[in-house]
Design a binder for this molecule. Structure first.
Ligand code: KIV
Ligand code: ZN
Length: 516
């Protein structure tokens, strides 16, 4: 049976999207979970873009056991060197080199002629070979708006220089399924190496909601590899969603007669891990993972489902790891039970992370009678989001009511230094943020603030996701607590620590800062 290679770019194209940024520890946990999910290739990041990215790619390369780990590079020597260095000790590594080929990108972004673009592809794909890469993917960025003859020339140049995966990005989600499928079929004819030694790959964005349809059209036309992100996160409207492709191929195996290496029973747990790490919650009606997907409201549907689930369900929730039974944990649950529970969800923590998680679990189990899976996910993302050397919230007090000016006093600590701030604000949360600013001697401007309940009931945790502008640097923060003021303070400090971590890392970087 034809095997479709699943190339996951959640940690590169996905993480690049607003609100999806992760700490290095969170990226490693996600990479390990994706590896266990069974994807073939994990694009871990863009090492030249920042020291934190470099570190993440390096550590993911060491943590992943089965999948090939991929680093992204432009047609530039420092980018290729950064991928080489980051993956130097990784046993299964691959480089992904891209250069735009559409008239629009060449004229306005690159300011390069066609000949210069072809020369750069030849030079840098060959350079990657010389640096020891055996697996080299080349992407003509904005392929779907590239002139046909020039795209074929660019791809042939890449193959002649040593590329063995040709990826065709629909960078701005412009392609139509039949058109994209036809192009894939024509490429197979135009480039004889495709199929034998060279894989043909799809990379579709969802601007017109066509990423899934375009990817499937490409598979139908003979593509060997599909590039995807979990939950479909990614630039603008996102990328083709891993779960949608995998389940379309699996549910309709009769039609496709292809297979992937994905263990579908890990799909839902891995998606939940990502949602909790990033705070990007999937809508209720999102295919495969949405809350509504296995619930039935109308009487006729309920009647049918009670008689036989297949009347209105084309997937078995157990097959994607959406088990209907969940074991509720409480303050008497031991560390071993907690560990087993997490393993069910594809989450394996290091011993020190487990200790820290268990301490937080006991704290919350004392406040709430029952700790639900949702609570655990939030605790896990908190532990993975912890930045060891950063500021900590020692204590806070607020004074508020309908006839008083809200005020707060906050104590924060970094190492042995304790700082105190006291401020009034428009409300208690605003007063807390201003007190933190005063204690630390910074000035943050809140640009986004979202709070949502995690779990159900009066004692549900409040999860705060916010974005702060610290002197022009936009930074995301996230935290949760049964007290929403505490969750807000922790999320604000989390954003501050992330900002400081980025700043500190730059000095140690072997590569200059560059953003895609
Ligand atoms: O969408 C795109 O063009 C990309 C490239 C880097 C392959 O993500
Ligand atoms: Zn992309």
């Amino acid at each position: 049976m034809r095997k479709i290679t699943i190339f996951d770019t959640t940690l590169r194209d996905g993480e690049q999207s607003p609100g999806a940024s992760m700490t290095v520890d969170q990226k490693i946990e996600m990479a390990v979970a994706l590896d266990r999910l069974g994807v073939d290739r994990i694009e871990a990041g863009f090492p030249v873009s920042s020291p934190v990215q470099f570190d993440a790619v390096k550590r993911i390369g060491a943590a992943v056991k089965k999948a090939t780990v991929v680093g992204l590079a432009r047609c530039k020597q420092i980018d290729i060197d950064a991928v080489r260095d980051a993956l130097a000790d990784c046993p299964r590594k691959m480089i992904h080199i891209f250069l735009a080929t559409s008239p629009l990108h060449m004229k306005y972004k690159l300011r390069m002629s066609e000949d210069e673009v072809l020369a750069a592809i030849k030079k840098y794909v060959s350079y990657a070979r010389e640096q020891g890469f055996e697996l080299i993917e080349f992407s003509p960025e904005d392929a779907s708006r590239t002139e046909w003859d020039f795209m074929v020339k660019a791809l042939k140049t890449a193959v002649d220089a040593g590329a063995n995966t040709l990826n065709i990005p629909d960078t701005v989600g412009y392609a139509m399924p039949n058109e994209y499928g036809d192009q894939m079929a024509r490429l197979k004819e135009a480039i004889p190496e495709l199929g034998d030694n060279v894989l043909l790959s799809t990379h579709c964005h969802n601007d017109l909601g066509l990423a899934l349809a375009n990817s499937l059209a490409a598979v139908h036309a003979g593509a060997d590899q599909v590039e995807v992100t979990l939950n479909g996160i990614g630039e603008r409207a996102g990328n083709a969603a891993l779960e949608e492709i995998v389940m379309a191929l699996r549910v309709r195996k009769d039609f496709w007669d292809v297979e992937t290496g994905v263990n579908a029973e890990f799909l839902y747990p891995t998606s939940r891990l990502l949602q909790n790490i990033t705070g990007l919650v999937t809508p209720r009606n999102k295919p495969i993972f949405g809350d509504n997907v296995f619930s039935h409201e109308s009487g006729i549907h309920q009647h049918g489902v009670l008689k036989n689930r297949e009347t209105y369900e084309i997937m078995n929730p157990d097959h994607i790891g959406r088990s209907r039974e969940t074991l509720v944990m409480g303050r008497h649950s031991g560390k071993h039970a907690l560990k087993e529970k997490l393993e069910q969800y594809n989450i394996i923590l290091k011993d020190d992370q487990m200790d820290s998680l268990y301490a937080k679990f006991i704290e919350i189990a004392d406040k709430k009678k029952e700790v639900y899976d949702e609570d655990l996910f939030t605790l896990v993302s908190g532990v993975l989001g912890d930045l060891p050397a950063g500021w900590r919230l020692e204590s806070f007090q607020t004074w508020t009511g309908n006839n008083v000016i809200p005020s707060a006093t906050v104590q924060v600590k970094k190492g042995g230094d304790l700082s105190i701030g006291t401020q009034v604000g428009d409300g208690p949360i605003d007063a807390v943020f201003k007190s933190i600013d005063q204690a630390i001697g910074i000035r943050g401007r809140l640009t986004e603030y979202v709070i949502q309940a995690v779990g159900s009931g009066k004692d549900a945790q409040g999860q705060v996701k916010l974005q702060v502008d610290f002197d022009g640097v936009l930074t995301d923060g996230k935290a949760s607590s049964t007290d929403i003021i505490e969750a807000s303070a922790l999320a604000y400090i989390n954003a501050l620590n992330r900002k400081e971590m980025m700043g500190a890392g730059e000095e140690k970087s072997p590569h200059p800062q560059y953003q895609v």
